[in-house]
Design a protein around this ligand. Structure first.
Ligand SMILES: NC(=O)c1ccc[n+]([C@@H]2O[C@H](COP(=O)([O-])OP(=O)(O)OC[C@H]3O[C@@H](n4cnc5c(N)ncnc54)[C@H](O)[C@@H]3O)[C@@H](O)[C@H]2O)c1
Ligand SMILES: [Zn+2]
Length: 363
């Protein structure tokens, strides 16, 4: 593998940071630490599965071996209990304000270790090393960190930007194929809301993407990070624009919930985009050809384009009503009116959702 990588900058004034994407982006870790200056200790917080696969590779680039704290893989680790365990481990290790945390793993590692970094001694520096496609294109960029409560996901957290993000393709290479493909739905989402050329690029590079070609993946992930970085730079704390990232997510979250989280988030978001497009087309707001293009691309990326099990339309609607994006009793949707033209809509009806579910049921 070569040492080539692409760099995207997240432009946030004093909190500006680089995202390095490439086959061995971990090689940039010493530089990132050196640029941060005055770091006492490096503490890697890693998902146990990812640690077993990749810790040696990451440690090998460091001059001094880092301290390592691991946690069991899976969403259940995004908890206050797990965060408290990590705080106690940081206390045992006497981690001071100059310690730097490295979050190694998927979105769970990033959100959990980021939250720990945001809170430990009122906030220490941290670096994201995302190892899933979803974390690379979405979760690791933007500074949203947090944990779940029994009553809901991501209810406790903080905005805390990393000092760098390293997207290393050799670490992502061990991802199970289904998890890899599910993350691509977020890439289609980014293309649809912000970059029609990227949608075409997906269509033109399908076989390279599906073969995990390193040059194609570097390009794909860097372009996605650039889209997320631009949206975050314009709206760091989700006052407005950042909401466009929720395209496909109102129906997507409802599907995720109703399938008991057995269908991957990305797969549900893909279905959500198709369903929301159906409503937009029926209203005459979106060209049928664009809706077909998005559905065909998701299918070509081997993502589901029909509901795997029938769902009760009324249940989908009532789950949409629980979505935390809702304000003043209205269900909020974000869809597109054309490629690159996201729109926020709050007057969708139960009947429209029922039609979308029926269309998705038929495939
Ligand atoms: N902060 C944000 O802006 C943001 C945005 C989107 C999603 N999220 C959060 O991200 C989380 C989901 O992230 P995820 O899908 O990456 O899940 P995850 O972190 O649970 O990873 C999925 C699975 O893949 C395994 N894995 C990770 N990397 C691997 C690798 N390279 N090789 C083999 N196995 C590997 C993990 O052990 C885990 O079992 C959710 O909690 C979601 O809320 C956060
Ligand atoms: Zn998502």
């Amino acid at each position: 593998m070569t040492d080539t990588f692409q760099t995207v900058t997240v432009d946030l004034g004093a909190r500006t940071y680089p995202i390095h994407v490439g086959p061995a982006a971990r090689n940039m870790l010493p530089d990132c630490l050196a640029n941060a200056g005055d770091i006492s200790d490096v503490v890697i917080i890693a998902d146990q599965t990812v640690a077993n696969l990749h810790l040696e590779r990451v440690q090998a680039v460091l001059e001094q071996p880092a301290r390592v704290l691991t946690f069991p893989p899976g969403e259940a680790s995004k908890s206050l209990t797990r965060a408290e365990t990590l705080f106690n481990e940081l206390a045992d290790a006497r981690a001071d304000r100059k310690a730097c945390i490295v979050a190694l793993g998927g979105g769970v590692a990033g959100d959990l270790a980021g939250f720990v970094a945001a809170s430990w001694l009122r906030g220490i520096r941290f670096i994201q090393m995302p190892t899933t496609i979803l974390a690379a294109v979405d979760a690791s960029v933007g500074g949203k960190t947090g944990v779940n409560l029994a009553t809901g996901k991501n209810l406790v957290g903080a905005f805390h930007q990393p000092i760098a993000v390293l997207v290393d393709l050799e670490l992502i290479a061990t991802l199970p194929e289904e998890t890899f493909r599910a993350g691509l739905a977020e890439s289609v989402k980014h293309a649809a809301i912000r970059d029609p050329d990227l949608l075409t690029w997906h269509e033109q590079h399908l076989s390279a993407i599906l073969k995990h070609d390193p040059t194609a993946l570097t390009e794909l992930l860097a372009r996605n990070c650039a889209i997320k970085a631009a949206v975050v730079a314009a709206d760091e704390r989700e006052a407005g624009l950042r909401a466009i990232l929720n395209y496909g997510h109102t129906l997507g979250h409802a599907f995720e919930h109703l399938y008991n989280y057995q269908l991957a988030h990305g797969e549900c978001v893909g279905l959500g985009m198709i369903g929301e497009n159906t409503i937009a087309v029926a209203r005459g707001e979106l060209d049928l050809a664009v809706a077909h293009r998005i559905r065909d691309l998701l299918a070509a990326l081997r993502l589901p384009v029909a509901l795997p099990e029938p769902l009760e339309p009324a249940a989908v609607w009532s789950t949409c009503q629980l979505d935390k994006k809702n304000r003043a009793g209205k269900v909020n949707f974000v869809w597109i009116r054309a490629l690159g033209e996201p729109a926020r809509v709050d007057n969708v009806t139960a009947a429209e959702v029922a039609d979308a579910v029926a269309t998705l049921q038929a495939g």
